[in-house]
Design a protein around this ligand. Structure first.
Ligand SMILES: [Ca+2]
Ligand SMILES: [Ca+2]
Length: 271
């Protein structure tokens, strides 16, 4: 990972001095909220990668490039060198490849939308979606396989439907940095695994099972690596996995507007 990707452990928000704000846009054109639609894939506790490996995260667990089908590709060499299982926090390439794909018998797909709200801040306005302690991000307690009842390490049976992934796809316009006074910054804070890809390049890397962590990307500083040019629209994809009891935290902060995109392809709504 390039050093200019900022790691900001435990710190939430864009403090004074950091870039922020939706400047450059006419105030009348800035929506108060943005709704993004994605796909949750619900897993059972019996899947080998879920409720299996407590840890503190694994960097570079996935390759820098998004795969040809717009899914993360496991960094097999890194996982093998770390050691499959508790060290790499993934059982095999085969098991990982089920996380964000519909696999009858292994998971079940549920469309799910989130709404980002515009927050006015002195440091610059930011779109925020946050489901965190004590509310937590458990959106399918009454859907999919329902409440998790057995095999939980740190939670009582029937408290939540743990063990699921979330795939979100959106687009944005990369405007000219010279025509705005704040850098474009996207930040995620939460647990467990999160990977964000911009224009198919890894931009936020919070792989592995872990308690709350933050990572952010400054698109202007990383524009060359991301291959983005002013005036063009680009894809942003976010992949999240709730893999371990008992918490599920999910916070997005972005000071550039995201656009709803098509629902990621799912093969069925239930198996
Ligand atoms: Ca589940
Ligand atoms: Ca968790």
């Amino acid at each position: 990972m390039t050093p200019s990707i900022l790691i900001a452990a435990a710190l939430v928000g864009m403090g004074p001095g950091e870039p922020g704000g939706l400047s450059g846009a006419d105030a009348g054109e800035v929506p108060e909220s943005i709704t993004l639609t994605g796909v949750i894939r619900d897993f059972k506790v019996t899947h080998p990668d879920f409720e299996a490996y407590p840890g503190s995260g694994v960097k570079n667990m996935v390759l820098e490039d998004l795969g040809p089908d717009d899914k993360p590709m496991l960094n097999v060499d890194r996982c093998a060198s770390l050691g499959w299982g508790s060290r790499s926090q993934v059982t095999s390439e085969e098991s990982f490849n089920q996380w964000f794909r519909d696999v009858p018998g292994e998971n079940t797909s549920i469309p799910h939308s989130i709404e980002l709200s515009l927050e006015k801040r002195n440091s610059g306005d930011v779109y925020v979606f946050a489901m965190e302690r004590p509310e937590y991000f458990f959106p399918i307690d009454e859907a999919g396989y329902g409440l998790s009842m057995s095999g939980l390490r740190w939670a009582a049976p029937g408290t939540h439907n743990f063990h699921f992934t979330y795939e979100l796809e959106t687009r944005f316009t990369y405007t000219d940095p010279d025509e705005r006074d704040a850098d474009f910054v996207f930040r995620f804070t939460g647990d467990d695994d999160v990977w964000v890809y911009i224009n198919g390049k890894l931009a936020v890397d919070l792989g592995g099972v872990h308690s709350q962590q933050s990572d952010s990307i400054n698109l202007d500083e990383e524009a060359e690596r991301l291959g983005i040019e002013p005036g063009q629209d680009y894809q942003l994809k976010l992949f999240f996995a709730e893999r371990h009891t008992s918490e599920s935290n999910f916070r997005i902060e972005t000071n550039f507007a995201l656009k709803p995109a098509k629902l990621p392809v799912i093969s069925s709504l239930a198996d």
